[in-house]
Design a protein around this ligand. Sequence first.
Ligand SMILES: [Fe+2]
Length: 155
Amino acid sequence: MALNIMFRYPSWTVLVRKLTAIAREELEHFEQVNQWLERRNIALAPLNAPPYGKRLKALLRHQEPDRGLDFLLISSLIEARSHERLGLLGEHCPDRELAAFYRGLMASEARHYGVYWLLADTYFDRDIVQSRLEELAIAESEILSTLHPEPRIHS
Ligand SMILES: [Fe+2]
């Protein structure tokens, strides 16, 4: 999402700077997850995506600047949900080392949520940001009210 957004809005200087940092951090996390899997001899395999991302993407409005705001707010919701889910894993995972890893990721996702929210607040009027975030959050909770049969961080 960070890469996608920064390449859509390359002239938004603050956005590009902040999202470059997020993209780098997400890639580091991907590398760390792969290292965990390698240590346990588990090959990374493709998984069927839950409907969460697809249904959130369907909420993106088509006209600019609305679309830009929606990209930022949907990303912030995804990060907030990652924060919540990784927090639950960090609290309940019986493997202490893995639980600590999840808690580290959780802290990053909370920061990422904040970055997307601040970017929305930087480029858009706060009242518009708040009311659209509320609409999207309601839609997101409806998406999550149907459980995907295969558990995922976002399902
Ligand atoms: Fe993130």
